[in-house]
Write a protein that binds this ligand. Sequence first.
Ligand SMILES: Nc1nc(=O)c2c([nH]1)NC[C@@H]1CN(c3ccc(C(=O)N[C@@H](CCC(=O)O)C(=O)O)cc3)CN21
Ligand SMILES: O=c1ccn([C@H]2C[C@H](O)[C@@H](COP(=O)(O)O)O2)c(=O)[nH]1
Length: 271
Amino acid sequence: MKMKVMPLKVYLDLLKDVLDHGVPKTDRTGTGTISVFGRQLRFDLSQGFPLLTTKRIHIRSVVHELLWFLKGDTNIRYLNENGVTIWDEWADENGDLGPVYGKQWRAWEAPDGRMIDQIARVVEAIRTNPDSRRHIVNAWNVADIDQMKLLPCHVMFQFYVAEGKLSCMLTMRSVDVFLGLPFNIAEYALLTHMMAQQCDLEPGELIWSGGDVHLYSNHLEQAKLQLSREPFPLPRLVIKRKPPSIFDYVYEDFEFVDYRHHPAIKAPVAI
Ligand SMILES: Nc1nc(=O)c2c([nH]1)NC[C@@H]1CN(c3ccc(C(=O)N[C@@H](CCC(=O)O)C(=O)O)cc3)CN21
Ligand SMILES: O=c1ccn([C@H]2C[C@H](O)[C@@H](COP(=O)(O)O)O2)c(=O)[nH]1
């Protein structure tokens, strides 16, 4: 019998790794974590879309958060208008988060006042100079950090083109394995599919690297519950049209076909 491909087993292995080897640490939020340092996971995007099946993932939040980054938006209004509340706890009374991801991706401010659109640049560079080793987008703007309500966790990503395929490597400095990571994996997988479509390439691999990889002390039972569940085969992503640019995608362009999943698992977010 042919073995079923279950790429998201690597996520469950990481949960187990943190449960088995995590070292207790205090943290900024006062919650407490168990943590390991330095891990890497690989997802072959041709084997299905890496959306967790051992709990329900709120796809709406994933897609809208990515579209919100790509708009260069740093106010939670757009998210709230689309039923997404995952950033509410960090916003000020006007809904602002300071110069977080969207600002750095689309309008990194140069010392001479120029605004650098890192996303537009990287699309252009992948199209015109695919072999470059400089396809990088960076969110860690040291000069702006004091004004951010929360410092970037997905700090930088790099694209790589070979044999007609586009791969992406994402670096995260700090990883909430239970709540944040499933979102981050799905978002960067989606971004890689979109970039590949825009650059007439096939999606290759998503490679995820994490620095401080932690489970909050109030997520341990939820993590164990997930480990007791048998994963389903992954869904497939269908992008229904090719928009004119990376900035023109809308929520309705994406369909996640055959997403079978176990029930949602509630977990408090550490603020
Ligand atoms: N502690 C912490 N973990 C994070 O993952 C995180 C932050 N803070 N701060 C900034 C953003 C916000 N992110 C979040 C925040 C909340 C959920 C969350 O509560 N997820 C639930 C419900 C999803 C929904 O209703 O949309 C889940 O079950 O996945 C996920 C990611 C990711 N980031
Ligand atoms: O996309 C995200 C955003 C945030 N996180 C997590 C990682 C940490 O648990 C907190 C950030 O706290 P710091 O003290 O700034 O490290 O948010 C995530 O996993 N993914």
